[in-house]
Write a protein that binds this ligand. Structure first.
Ligand SMILES: Cc1cc2nc3c(=O)[nH]c(=O)nc-3n(C[C@H](O)[C@H](O)[C@H](O)COP(=O)(O)OP(=O)(O)OC[C@H]3O[C@@H](n4cnc5c(N)ncnc54)[C@H](O)[C@@H]3O)c2cc1C
Length: 289
């Protein structure tokens, strides 16, 4: 009894300490927290891209609850006059269980987004889901032009994928990529990823389709500004806020990606891994408790 009690106390404490760090990148647990953060982004001159955290869902009930959460969120954004949209991970909507289930769920969200006059983004996850995610995206695009997809510059296949998506009139969010991938699929060095990002950026800027430059890398952002094209800049909540203000001040279109929800750990671990200094932030928070 005593042991069980102290174990649950310890895990609660660890969770609270970790959440203190994660709070930098995550709006909070509830949709109300997300709406508040979105309105704050709007006040700072940016639109908001809201993501209900969760991934690799293996449980159908959980998938259904996630669909309901996004439908509710879209309604709240509409009612509260939030400038922005949602961004959804395919495995939240069942891609790891069944393609058809995921497709039906995305169709539901895309239809609701359309009714509400909102855009809908599809996040890109690890390489085993790339092919299905692109197929699903191109299907959705036939019914709703206001849907976009993330493409990862670290994947060797992305040049061919981008060409295919552009040909179909698709809207792309260009990211470097956040997952651990095998060298068989992905460029291993930062230089190779950056040079592929620039290559893909030139392809996007050379076309007529709207696209998003989603990076915090000043060099690539400067290149994107020089290249021009119908684009917006997207940055994550809690990262490079000064750069966001500079872009807004220079009259660029900017969006802040704002995650929320109870499943904040895997997302926060990716943010910590991206930068050594974030590990120090974590250590400091643990020491200062
Ligand atoms: C709007 C948006 C949506 C995204 N969607 C997806 C997606 O669908 N799929 C996917 O795989 N990835 C996605 N990502 C994540 C992306 O793939 C990268 O992992 C992430 O953006 C870090 O890479 P970077 O482009 O900022 O470049 P880096 O080379 O990692 O960083 C450039 C500079 O930005 C700053 N910086 C970067 N990361 C951090 C951090 N965590 N903390 C503090 N400073 C930091 C530093 O100054 C760093 O020098 C998204 C990113 C953004 C901005």
């Amino acid at each position: 009894m005593t042991v069980a009690h102290s174990q649950s106390y310890d895990s609660g404490l660890v969770e609270r300490l970790l959440f203190r760090v994660a709070r930098k990148w995550v709006a909070g647990y509830s949709s109300a927290d997300a709406i508040e953060a979105a309105l704050d982004a709007n006040r700072r001159g940016m639109s908001a891209i809201l993501n209900f955290l969760g991934e690799d869902t293996a449980d159908e009930g959980q998938v259904g609850a996630t669909v309901d959460e996004y439908l509710l969120l879209m309604g709240m954004m509409h009612d509260k006059n939030v400038q922005g949209c949602a961004s959804v991970k395919p495995t939240q909507l069942g891609l790891a269980i069944d393609y058809e289930m995921c497709r039906q769920n995305f169709k539901k969200l895309a239809a609701r987004a359309r009714e509400r006059g909102q855009f809908l983004w599809i996040d890109m996850e690890s390489a085993k889901f790339t092919e299905d995610t692109i197929t699903l995206y191109l299907e959705l695009l036939k019914e709703n032009p206001d849907v976009g997809i993330a493409v990862q510059a670290y994947l060797k296949r992305s040049g061919a994928d981008l060409l295919h998506i552009i040909e179909h009139g698709g809207k792309v969010r260009l990211v470097k990529g956040a997952y651990h991938e095998l060298e068989e699929h992905a460029f291993a060095s930062g230089e190779d990823v950056d040079s592929n990002y620039l290559h893909l950026l030139k392809m996007l800027a050379g076309g007529d389709n709207f696209f998003a430059v989603a990076t915090h890398d000043s060099k690539l952002i400067d290149e994107a500004i020089k290249l021009g094209g119908k684009c917006e800049f997207q940055l994550l909540m809690g990262i490079r806020d000064e750069l966001k203000s500079q872009l807004v001040a220079s009259k660029m279109t900017v969006a802040e990606y704002i995650p929320y929800g109870g499943q904040w750990l895997p997302y926060s671990v990716r943010r910590i891994r991206e930068r050594k200094r974030n590990l120090l932030l974590l250590a400091r928070s643990l020491i200062q408790q």
